[in-house]
Design a protein. Structure first.
Lengths: 318, 171
């Protein structure tokens, strides 16, 4: 079966997941993003690539940062951008997802950027849109957050150049993290020889070994000699269930402190997809420290999203 | 087919023309800007041979092409790099082959996103005719007529240039 993200010529026409996305396409996106980065230093930060095209940001789940960076990216490509907070409108009136999409398609959309709490919603939309419409997944349920995964890869490549000699640790609530899944897929595709996952038993999904990662429950052991530390946000709502005793207890075992970070390589970088819970998964001294590249991730995220939107919008029909 | 002129001889001619043009402009106000890839090679060598200060600019006009809807975004060479303030400067835009004029239009659109230059002149190694836009090269080493299905390619070996013809079957 053909990869639903690619058209007949093998071009990327939707971005739904990094799982199974060929390495040359991942590299094409990262290379294109690199050419967008210097635009930020120009008088006029826009290029006319998507002039006359309409990008609809469809956020069925709240997000400020991701929606804003997609909006900035689309505007820097000269697209017309429409932000729809669907939480607050049609869905609550009982309209089905596909009816919402049909209505928006009738408004001449070219690109849908979709965030949804249900895993697989962007796939479903991609299967039903007209052939000239492109879908970009901005995070679906626990499934995938491919542009975050790509901007994480961009950040790692920027600081470390070569993926094939790296050890990367992903720390925290992997069970509920679509970022972790996208990162693991991309790191594997790009040939990272050792991906470690660190977290308490209750926050790691089963079957991780089949994704080709090494599992650690002891953070100190897992951080030893790593090149990259990717911290995950501890979603506060998890605290209410029986998954964790308390934020203090979590910080003691899995919070990133200077003392724990010292076990990684001296030039290790610290990443976080945001928003951060200081004092829960990361200590302020680390978050604001020399090794943190968290704000650079945000800046690179704009260039990466410009690359994704311009590549899919330029691809022929599915 | 008419035999192709020697690329090194054409380059020497272009260098003379560019040098003469620079002599007409206020000192220190002129910058070269090459279009990737061939134009950037030419600009680099002109810059070195004419002992101009600083670095030349380079443009990758992929984001300004007018055929994005038909061909999409292709693999990138290098990002644009304009290492000087273009406002009020006299720019000499350098490319290897001038054909339809669409690349030059894209390049001028991009330059204006960096600021407002005082003037832009166009310098090319070869003008092959076939213009689709009102674009002309003030500085040009040769005019060569080739059939529409043939492209003129500049190649570089070390610091020496060569040009060759390539005929595509499907054009």
């Amino acid at each position: 079966m053909r990869n639903p993200q690619l058209n007949r010529n093998g071009e990327l026409t939707h971005l739904l997941t990094l799982d199974g996305l060929p390495r040359d396409i991942v590299n094409h996106i990262l290379d294109t993003a690199e050419t967008f980065v210097p635009l930020a230093d120009r008088d006029i930060k826009k290029v006319p690539l998507l002039r006359g095209k309409s990008v609809f940001n469809l956020f069925f789940e709240n997000s400020t940062r991701t929606r804003t960076t997609f909006e900035i990216a689309a505007k820097r490509l000269s697209a017309d951008v429409y932000n729809l907070n669907i939480n607050a409108s049609s869905a609550s009136k009982g309209e089905s997802l596909l009816d919402t999409i049909s209505n928006l398609s009738a408004m001449q959309a070219d690109v849908f950027v979709v965030r949804h709490s249900a895993s697989g919603a962007p796939h479903l939309i991609a299967q039903h849109v007209a052939p000239h419409v492109h879908v970009v997944n901005a995070g679906d349920g626990w499934h995938a957050h491919p542009t975050q995964g790509l901007l994480d890869m961009y950040t790692i490549r920027h600081y470390k150049r070569d993926f094939t000699n790296l050890t990367v640790a992903i720390v925290g609530d992997v069970l509920h993290s679509r970022v972790a899944r996208s990162d693991i897929n991309a790191l594997t595709t790009l040939g990272v020889p050792e991906v470690r996952v660190i977290g308490p038993m209750t926050l790691l999904p089963g079957g991780l070994e089949h994704m080709g990662v090494k599992v650690f429950h002891d953070m100190r052991e897992g951080l030893r000699d790593v090149d990259v530390v990717i911290m995950l946000r501890l979603q506060n709502e998890r605290m209410r269930g029986a998954l964790l005793p308390s934020a203090q207890e979590y910080f003691k075992n899995y919070g990133l402190t200077q003392e724990k970070l010292a076990l990684a390589k001296p030039d290790a970088i610290v990443m976080h997809p945001g928003p951060m819970n200081r004092g829960v998964e990361i200590d302020s001294a680390v978050a604001d420290g020399k090794q943190a590249v968290i704000l650079n991730q945000v800046t690179f995220g704009i260039a990466v999203r410009m690359a994704v939107m311009s590549i899919v919008a330029g691809a022929g029909p599915a | 087919m008419t035999p192709l002129p020697d690329a090194e001889a054409l380059y020497a001619e272009l260098r003379r023309a560019v040098q003469a043009a620079i002599a007409q402009l206020p000192e220190g106000s002129v910058h070269l800007v090459g279009i990737h890839s061939g134009g950037a090679w030419l600009a680099d060598r002109l810059h070195a041979d004419l002992k101009l200060p600083g670095r030349p600019g380079a443009l990758n006009i992929s984001f300004y092409r007018d055929d994005f809807d038909r061909i999409g975004l292709h693999h990138q060479v290098l990002p644009s790099d304009i290492p000087f303030d273009v406002n009020g400067k006299h720019l000499i835009l350098v490319d290897d082959v001038l054909y339809t004029g669409r690349t030059i239009r894209g390049a001028m659109n991009e330059l204006f996103d960096y600021g407002r230059p005082a003037s832009i002149q166009l310098a090319v190694l070869v003008d092959r005719g076939g213009r689709e836009l009102p674009v002309a090269a003030a500085l040009c080493a040769a005019r060569i007529d080739v059939p529409a299905n043939t492209s003129i390619n500049l190649t570089r070996d070390g610091d020496r240039f060569a040009i060759s013809l390539e005929t595509s079957a499907d054009a």
